[in-house]
Write a new protein. Structure first.
Length: 158
């Protein structure tokens, strides 16, 4: 049984897909037919993990839907990692509207995911992170990534 969920909201030529759970060999993309939609927004906020079989199925599904404008939104780290490593996971016809960046404070052990939005914290070839991120107790947090690798997908879309 699949641990993959999807909520579909179609409003005329616009389609919004809210995906959640685990993208693996049991994830079924067949009901997510994009045909007829001019714009497809894929909200990935609730995706917890993806394995190699899920990546293969994703690439087959997204590649078959190249006639629509595809927008990736609220991409968690597991999705950003795939966009950076796997050719075709973020196809040329797709764009990223927003993604999460993990932050960490070594002293408190606090972790936080900050949403980076197109036109605010990033745009083509550029990243402008917030000047300061604090945890709940006021401690300054740092990005918990290797910037040159994590933001690679932004530079490759230019």
């Amino acid at each position: 049984m699949s641990k993959f969920q999807c909520k579909v909201d179609r409003q005329g030529p616009k389609l919004t897909l809210q995906l959640g759970g685990i993208i693996d060999e049991d994830a079924d993309f067949a009901p997510l037919a994009i045909n007829g939609a001019h714009e497809v927004k894929i909200d990935l906020d609730a995706i917890k993990s993806i394995n190699s079989c899920g990546i293969r199925e994703w690439i087959k599904w997204i590649g078959a839907n190249s006639s629509a404008k595809v927008i990736y939104a609220k991409c968690p780290k597991v999705i950003v990692d795939q966009m950076n490593m796997v050719d075709g996971f973020l196809p040329a016809f797709a764009q990223v509207e927003s993604f999460y960046v993990p932050y960490y404070n070594e002293d408190s052990g606090a972790e936080k995911n900050i949403l980076f939005r197109y036109g605010v914290e990033f745009k083509e070839g550029q990243v402008q992170p917030p000047s300061e991120v604090k945890d709940e107790t006021g401690n300054t947090m740092e990005m918990d990534i290797i910037e040159s690798k994590y933001f690679k997908f932004i530079k490759s879309k230019v």
